[in-house]
Design a protein around this ligand. Sequence first.
Ligand SMILES: *[C@@H]1O[C@H](CO)[C@@H](O)[C@H](O)[C@H]1NC(C)=O
Ligand SMILES: *[C@@H]1O[C@H](CO)[C@@H](O)[C@H](O)[C@H]1NC(C)=O
Ligand SMILES: *[C@@H]1O[C@H](CO)[C@@H](O)[C@H](O)[C@H]1NC(C)=O
Length: 329
Amino acid sequence: MRPPPLWLPSLLLCGLGAVASSPDSFSQLAAPLKPKLHLYNDEQILTWEPSPSSDDSRPVLYQVEYSYIDGSWHMLDRLNCTDIIETKCDFTGGGRLGFPHSCTVFLRVRAKQGNRNSDWVRLDPFQHYENVTVGPPKNISVTPGRGSLVIHFSPPFDVVREATFQYLVHYWEKTGTQQVEGPFKSNSIVLGNLKPFRVYCLQTEAQLILKNKNIRRRGLLSNVSCHETTADASTRLQQVILIPVGIFILLLALTGACFILFLKYQSRVKYWFQAPPNIPEQIKEYLKDPDQFILETLDKDNSPKDDSWDSVSIISSPEKEQDDVLQTP
Ligand SMILES: *[C@@H]1O[C@H](CO)[C@@H](O)[C@H](O)[C@H]1NC(C)=O
Ligand SMILES: *[C@@H]1O[C@H](CO)[C@@H](O)[C@H](O)[C@H]1NC(C)=O
Ligand SMILES: *[C@@H]1O[C@H](CO)[C@@H](O)[C@H](O)[C@H]1NC(C)=O
């Protein structure tokens, strides 16, 4: 922006001089003080401090006027900004859209008491997109994923064609250094490549881009929020594969150890496990006197034991052989 021409201050001084020399300057009502324009997201609110009080007991009212496009001043009656007692004019209150966001707007305010008016107090011109304080993205929600965080949000406010938003995510591990991802155009961001089962804190930022002016206005950071990631795919894979493999290896090692122990103490183990040759009572009796035993069994029980009969007769010979074998040495 070019600096103002040099003749401007002297012209202003002339103007002030004219006011000071005016005959009714004493009766002149004091002007409102410190007018301030609050431009936050799509809010446009003008506030000021009351004029210093005078002897006059009649109420002090205020009037606000605006000018844009055509350069002439207009009242704001429909907005309750004409002849009001409050020291505030909200151009966007009650769902009103306010001044167009890409127009340069001039504002002025003055006090009024009875038939006396103060001087107009003019504000610096403003253009909403160039003067606004951009808030953080709204409705932020963070979903922890597998070694990632998925962030959804909505833009701080609605913008028209000339403007757009881009987003940054500032994030850091609890004890780590801060990193920035972006800029993103989308309202949904995936922070990937994070470590699983770690707590990450993050803040999001919306930046207002004025396309044809090549202006980028940084926004306020959202509140810090912290989230723990879950397992990422590779960790899950590791779990899925490593746990069974681990168990298998463990069992293998145990089996191996048992086998080595067995080999080492083979003789002792044999001794423990080798039961002395033991022949069942019935067979012993049979071996003592086969004919007698068969007759006795027949007497006791006839038909139902046919099967056991057969089996006894079959078992008898191998048992006998085994007995022989065991007794040979
Ligand atoms: C203006 O202010 C009056 C009194 O405070 C209120 O009744 C009226 O609804 C307001 N009008 C608008 C358009 O805000
Ligand atoms: C708007 O921004 C311009 C340029 O930064 C500045 O000169 C002007 O004073 C601002 N307007 C208001 C009302 O703050
Ligand atoms: C951010 O934190 C401040 C103070 O803790 C709180 O007042 C405000 O509502 C928070 N903002 C959001 C969007 O949660």
